[in-house]
Design a binder for this molecule. Structure first.
Ligand code: SF4
Length: 267
């Protein structure tokens, strides 16, 4: 594989782990799917992220009003993926509520923003390009740097061990140093979880990313992993005969990496 054209991001690595064939179609062959998947959660998340990014870019405090934040949401609202007008409206009201809460008690304020919603590309020794969008890095009042990722889902989750090294490397490539802290900001809850970063943590985290990237670079066969979710989750479903083969779907379910999924029996 000519790796200098290989772009690895958190989402492309997730695709690789879900179905290597889909990864090949999408990130190596770059086949244009016949139709893109419309997903209300993606639309919702992207709309909120864009509104917050534009709000965070306002340097004049007088413009940082909740009314303007709501207007930014309405202006950047993505309508694709909702099943009905009622559903779209419910999601819209949820987003407004989320942003009102953020405005009344933002947990990511410091001396200044260092970057806001930037797509960053980082060449890794000519082997591949690491890429990803950082929501925000800012200088806290104690002069430490925090990189934060806004989460718009309902659940509070631990910081992903794969996202972590990507945040670290991309922040360093943009700001010239690693952040002191990485956080997930759960907007629906008005809560933040943080991970302090030190040297051994950086090494361990980045070594993990190198291991995964080596696995991806050395892959040659790109087997497919059909499942009952392909029709909803994969943009190549229409052109993938394996995804309609019920034998393959059953056999693939036996290959799940998590051994506990095979232990629903007493023997
Ligand atoms: S339809 Fe399913 S099996 Fe086929 S490429 Fe997509 S994810 Fe893989």
């Amino acid at each position: 594989m000519a790796n200098n054209n290989l772009y690895l991001s958190h989402s492309s690595i997730q695709v690789f782990h879900t179905c290597k064939r889909r990864f090949k179609y999408k990130h190596i062959d770059r086949i244009k799917p016949k139709e893109n998947l419309a997903n209300k959660y993606l639309s919702f998340g992207q709309s909120v992220h864009t509104a917050l990014a534009k709000y965070n870019l306002l340097t004049d405090e007088t413009y940082r009003t909740v009314e303007n934040l709501h207007k930014l949401l309405r202006k950047n609202w993505i309508r694709q993926g909702y099943e009905s007008i009622e559903e779209e409206r419910d999601f819209g009201l949820r987003a407004l509520d989320m942003l009102s809460n953020y405005h009344s008690n933002p947990l990511d304020q410091g001396k200044k923003n260092l970057l806001v919603e930037e797509m960053i590309y980082l060449d890794i020794d000519g082997k591949f390009t690491l890429c990803g969008k950082l929501d925000k890095s800012y200088l806290r009042n104690d002069d430490s740097i925090e990189t934060t990722d806004y989460k718009t889902g309902k659940n509070i989750e631990a910081i992903d061990t794969l996202q972590m090294p990507i945040y670290l490397l991309l922040t360093k490539s943009k700001l010239g140093c690693f952040p002191d802290t990485v956080s997930y900001y759960f907007l629906a809850h008005g809560e933040k979880i943080t991970q302090d970063v030190n040297e051994s943590y950086i090494k361990e985290s980045i070594d993990f990313l190198w291991e995964i990237s080596e696995e991806i670079i050395s892959e040659r066969k790109y087997p497919c992993s059909p499942s009952p979710y392909c029709s909803n989750n994969c943009e190549y479903f229409a052109d993938c005969p394996e995804a309609k083969d019920s034998n393959l779907i059953i056999v693939n379910s036996l290959l799940e990496k998590d051994p506990s999924s095979l232990s629903n029996s007493l023997f």
